[in-house]
Design a protein around this ligand. Structure first.
Ligand SMILES: *[C@@H]1O[C@H](CO)[C@@H](O)[C@H](O)[C@H]1NC(C)=O
Ligand SMILES: *[C@@H]1O[C@H](CO)[C@@H](O)[C@H](O)[C@H]1NC(C)=O
Length: 396
């Protein structure tokens, strides 16, 4: 039953992808910002925004995203001199990014975006709309005329997918940690040390930005051989950007004003290695990410229901008895009539953790009648149903 509905969903998604057009094939493209003559076809050559910049945030006030990962700001098409265009096509300034991605079956992408492309005010959809309309519409290779058999808005999933894919190759947290640069309320670092750590991983210097003396952005520049959709991204030295960080005394503050948890599993690894590790209790604030068949698929939202396309709710775990209780913005969470619910008036259940997974009466398997999709939320049961699901704590 579970696998049947998954297969049906997968085939619908595959069918929609087939029905979408495809970016024009680019033969023998020219590397952006490296042309010596004018190039008319900007479907296979990025111009005037030839330097594509993958920008990342480290937000600590308030904290956003996992405590051991940077988050996505965007993908910006800078001119080859550091200037840039913005808001290039009002007719494509869409206000339904989530719906467009859903209509193209981009569930995994939305799940990644809900984790890593998060708005500091909690309004992810608006943030995504802003990034798409201000910057995405200026990427020349995303013009509808650059597709064969264009279907409405298909460049939107291409923009968000490419940005997330690039971000996943740019693990700033680990690059810095490998050089001993870790979040701290007391330590300070030099600009040279930060850049050297990032260059060791990226191959080129990125540009770093600071706010009130604390590191809060990294900008990675690329030149592109071919289109953004299908071309090759080559790390490039930034052109015309300036850094707002001083050379010494740079703070790199911890998220959530606290510690970086060790019970959170690696958040950027592939499915095969993202199996939760570590034991112990949950504490502080976190998301409850859903795992079915070994891969992450959505998370719990504030009522305690499972959702695959929305923003994860932040839960608070508080030590109690031999385990901990959970609370969301809706109220305390408890199991009543075999159902996981969070609401005011609910009697808090004492949960435990096993290998980083939520456990009730020692069992980490919960159930739903189906894997939720689109705007459907699934009720989470403790009694057997057709779909098994486990919930992993991710400190935030
Ligand atoms: C590179 O191509 C762009 C787009 O055609 C053009 O505006 C620019 O002048 C070209 N650069 C050189 C050095 O020819
Ligand atoms: C998104 O908005 C555009 C412009 O209003 C509309 O044409 C399109 O049908 C919408 N797409 C979805 C999937 O809702």
């Amino acid at each position: 039953m579970a696998s049947f509905s998954k297969i049906v969903l997968a085939s619908i998604a595959a069918l929609q992808v087939v029905l979408a057009g495809s970016p024009k094939t680019c033969s023998n493209p020219t590397l952006s910002c490296h042309n010596t003559t004018s190039i008319a076809d900007t479907c296979c050559f990025n111009a005037p925004g030839g330097q594509l910049v993958q920008t990342q945030f480290w937000d600590t006030s308030p904290s956003t995203g996992p405590s051991n990962s940077w988050t996505i700001h965007g993908l910006w098409p800078d001119h080859c001199d550091g200037t840039y265009d913005s808001n290039c096509d009002a007719s494509r300034a869409y206000t339904n990014i989530t719906s467009i991605l859903q209509s193209y079956g981009k569930t995994d992408l939305l799940s990644d975006m809900n984790t890593y492309w998060v708005d500091i005010n909690g309004d992810d959809e608006s943030f995504w709309e802003h990034e798409w309309s201000k910057h995405g519409t200026c990427i020349s290779t995303f013009k509808p005329s650059c597709y064969t058999g264009y279907t409405a808005q298909e460049e939107v999933p291409d923009f968000f997918q490419k940005t997330v894919d690039l971000f996943k190759t740019l693990d700033s947290y680990t690059a810095l940690a490998n050089a001993g640069i870790t979040p701290s309320s007391t330590e300070t670092y030099t600009s040279a040390a930060i850049l050297a750590a990032l260059k060791a991983s990226f191959g080129q210097n990125p540009t770093i930005q600071c706010s009130s003396g604390a590191l809060d952005e990294i900008w990675y520049s690329f030149d592109v051989l071919g289109s953004v959709q299908t071309g090759t991204f080559q790390p490039a030295a930034p052109v015309g950007q300036s850094s707002s960080c001083s050379s010494t005394g740079i703070k790199y503050l911890p998220k959530s004003g606290g510690t970086v948890t060790t019970t959170t599993s690696a958040t950027k690894t592939t499915t095969a290695t993202s199996t939760p590790t570590g034991t112990g209790s949950f504490s502080g604030s976190g998301y409850l990410n859903a795992y079915t068949g070994g891969s992450q698929d959505g998370c719990l939202i504030s009522a305690g229901t499972w959702y695959t396309t929305g923003t994860c709710a932040t839960y608070t775990a508080t030590a109690s008895g031999s385990g901990f209780t959970l609370k969301s913005s809706k109220g305390s969470c408890g199991i009543s009539s075999d159902t996981f619910t969070c609401a005011s008036g609910v009697t808090a259940t004492v949960f435990t953790a096993s290998n980083g997974l939520l456990a009730y009466n020692g069992a980490t398997t919960f159930y739903a009648t189906a894997v939720p999709s689109g705007s459907t939320q699934a009720t989470v049961y403790t009694s057997s149903q057709s779909v098994s699901v486990e919930f992993q704590w991710q400190s935030v």
